[in-house]
Write a protein that binds this ligand. Structure first.
Ligand code: ADP
Ligand code: MG
Length: 102
């Protein structure tokens, strides 16, 4: 059984990114949970914290575009967008600035 936790607030600078990173790392490192962090903020600060660097694989931008165009997306494409940060033991799907135009 999986749980989805959404951290969202229209206001900037209120601790969304910090909460997401620390809550995710605490669940993964202290509680032994398998955690997938999904960055859907085009500012992509969370992706930066997790050490993301463009590598030619899809980000949230490509996933959103594919859903917008086709109305659906294959699981293999979603899986190819998942990266891993060893220090925080977090799997994550990164965002990038192009998501702002999607
Ligand atoms: N609990 C906290 N106590 C003090 N400073 C915090 C706390 N949570 C976040 N911050 C600081 O507030 C600033 C904004 O946090 P951030 O997580 O980037 O906000 P958001 O993602 O909502 O824009 C950052 O400099 C961060 O280090
Ligand atoms: Mg943020």
């Amino acid at each position: 059984m999986s749980n989805i936790i959404c951290i969202c607030n229209q206001k900037g600078g209120v601790g969304k990114t910090t909460t997401c990173y620390n809550l995710g790392a605490a669940l993964a490192l202290n509680e032994g949970k398998k955690v997938l962090v999904v960055d859907i903020d085009p500012q992509a600060n969370l992706s930066d914290y997790l050490g993301f660097e463009p590598d030619g694989q899809p980000t949230m931008t490509q996933l959103v575009m594919e859903i917008a165009v086709n109305g659906m997306i294959g699981m293999s494409k979603v899986q190819s967008a998942v990266r891993y940060n060893e220090r925080a033991n977090l799997h994550y799907i990164p965002s990038d600035i192009n998501l702002a135009g999607s």
